[in-house]
Write a protein that binds this ligand. Sequence first.
Ligand code: GLY
Ligand code: MN
Length: 463
Amino acid sequence: MFAAETYVRRRRRLTEQVGAGLIVFPGNGSSPMNYKDNPYEFRQDSSFLYFFGMDAPGLAGLIDVEGAREMIFGDDVTIDDVIWMGPQRSVAEGAAEVGVAETMPLSRLAEVLGTGLRRGRQIHYLPQYRPENVLWLQDLLSISAPQVRAGASPELIRAVVAQRSVKSAAEVEEIESALDICHAMQMEAMKAIRPGAYEREIVGLIEGLVIGRGSQVAFPTIFTVHGETLHNHDHGNVMQGGDIVINDSGAESQLHYAGDITRTIPVSGQFSDRQKDVYKIVVDAQRAAFDAVRPGVLFRDVHLLACEVLAGGLKDLGVMKGDIKEAVAAGAHALFFQCGLGHMLGLDVHDMESLGEDYVGYTEAVVRSGQFGLRSLRLGRELKPGFVITVEPGLYFIPQLIDQWKAEKRLAEFINYEVVDRFRDFGGVRIEDDVLVTQKDCRILGRPIPRTVEAVEAAYGEK
Ligand code: GLY
Ligand code: MN
């Protein structure tokens, strides 16, 4: 936990920004795998963690803006709970550590909110991504589930996004401690990958490192020889010499900040010439993006610059043709790069996206495109010092998409479909790092992890 003052300051700023009403943060509950006493690993809601810090199920935070009161609602354990769970800290003790003096049993929350509603006070809450918290708000506010969904507070969303987007030095330190684990996960994978092994064997090793460090994964591990499927969570393939494997994996720090790193590794330890050609294009695109990330720049422009490098490289290989700027403007590169260059990173791996991607990544002036490819860019807006973002270009050869575009002769002025066919079985390459936007440019966070062809091959060789 950070010092109490951190949470006090965050809540004070939030209170000033929202201006009026009651602000309620339902924490997450314990989520059963099948029966109540057999839960999934607990993960607190990130906004609750950010403002109220307490990392336990069954809590809610409340700020009464005009009344200048802050409360945490939760129930102390009974002797029956102690028998099964051991002694636990009281709610009041936990609340004191985050600078909240007033606590009440959970059952009182309905009463406090009911009184507020009768007095015509506005109740602010964030969009809910867990069905049980939608149900909880239904009960607390006596409204239907669609009304809960429609009633999330835009003022609160904007205020939370404004604060959580800019990371303090202490938050960056947390992200870097998550990246220490990511470093170990990537190095272990480079050591352990071998022809004939199942993908899941390596997943077991790298996720074991996470558990061994008292952490948890920040998202389901993507580890696959079919990297052309962007979020491929299957680990059932046997890796063969000649394959390349994408390792997109991440862990959380002790305070639940995420790291998110991808490397693409040749299963035999050596890239083929064709793999090198494609891989180097992605390295170049990432380098160009690092050089372009700085305050005041639209991340959409960094994305488009990376797309131009990718398309230029594909033109050199004969896969694309024509004027590169025109090709990217038309979206032709999206046959091979269907997603965005990156996303915000923080307490969530895709930071704050449950609050609404457009609140996080766009503004009234910078509006999300509807074009295939560009529409999947989660972050388009101007970068500011303190933002932490991922930079993750890739090239993905998806046979079904190639077939569809080819049949339609889509953007054929920019794509040599007969050459593309030679890459149908290529798979995918992605390289991802996490960067902090500084006052003048950016800093790649974490210990360096081999990235170039030569460095990845050498790391593989260090068995
Ligand atoms: N690392 C998974 C993602 O960025 O979507
Ligand atoms: Mn990512």
